[in-house]
Design a protein around this ligand. Sequence first.
Ligand code: NDP
Length: 283
Amino acid sequence: MQAVSKTYTLANGVSIPSIGFGTWQVQEGPEAVDSVKAALEAGYRHIDTAQGYQNEEGVGKAVKQSGVKREDIFITSKLTNGIRGYENTKKSIEDSLRRLGTDYMDLFLVHWPVPVNFKDQWQHMNAESWRAMEDALKAGKIRALGISNFRKRHIDELLKTAEIKPVANQIRLCPGDKQEDTVNYSREQGMLLQAYSPLGTGKLFEVPELMDIARQTGRTIAQVALRWSLQRGYNPLPKSITPKRIKENLDVYGFELTKEQMDRINALEGVVGYSADPDHITW
Ligand code: NDP
């Protein structure tokens, strides 16, 4: 079994396994239970879900059935776009805990900064949600607070009222989509970068440069992309419902990309398109 021995330490001292298992588009029910169980069996100890993925119950069941102790698993969920404000956020945290079958989440993120329904008052609504998240953290229901898809302008707004600073920003980071301004600013503010869609949601596999580096290293393209992510200091969250790939994506600690290989990947631009502009999303 490939143990995830490597961890990052978040700014508040909480330890987080350096690779997480992604669950977007994993169907609630047997698919969620089976894939998360396969991930835990393969050695993942960090599961990334969200209220919006509608699979928190499956994640919770898999955790219970896996036999792995709850305290050995890092669970992230996210506040969905339809919910903002103090009371609604407080209730939705309770709902997530109930669906996950746990009394705490390790990390809870604001999923998007500017939900379509709160476009005119996102600053205030995020501030109120954050206050509920801070209270949940103080009550021991969440161990760390973070954000997702936030760019500098959204971070600055949040920091105007936040008492507890976010310790992670989860954004799309993969070869060709490096979001350097957001990465640098998030780091200046003490946040870990969680790399979502580290395989470009499955679109990276035809990129000639990656095919070439995979040949050079005797690794797969997925492994090369994940290794690149780790070597840039990100926390990649690969998703798969295929047991063989679930294992493959964790087997990335035993090799290293050379500086030349890293430079070649760093030079890629837009090979799988760019991240959605969070100010103009329609959800
Ligand atoms: P990924 O970049 O992880 O790619 C997943 C796709 O690649 C699936 O089609 C999967 O197929 C395929 N795949 C996985 N491993 C391999 C492999 N070794 N070889 C070949 N194909 C492979 O996609 P996501 O966009 O899902 O991102 C990962 C996670 O990041 C999400 O699941 C979610 O947890 C998080 N995320 C967060 C967002 C946010 O707004 N905060 C937004 C998007 C994602 P299959 O499953 O069929 O095996």
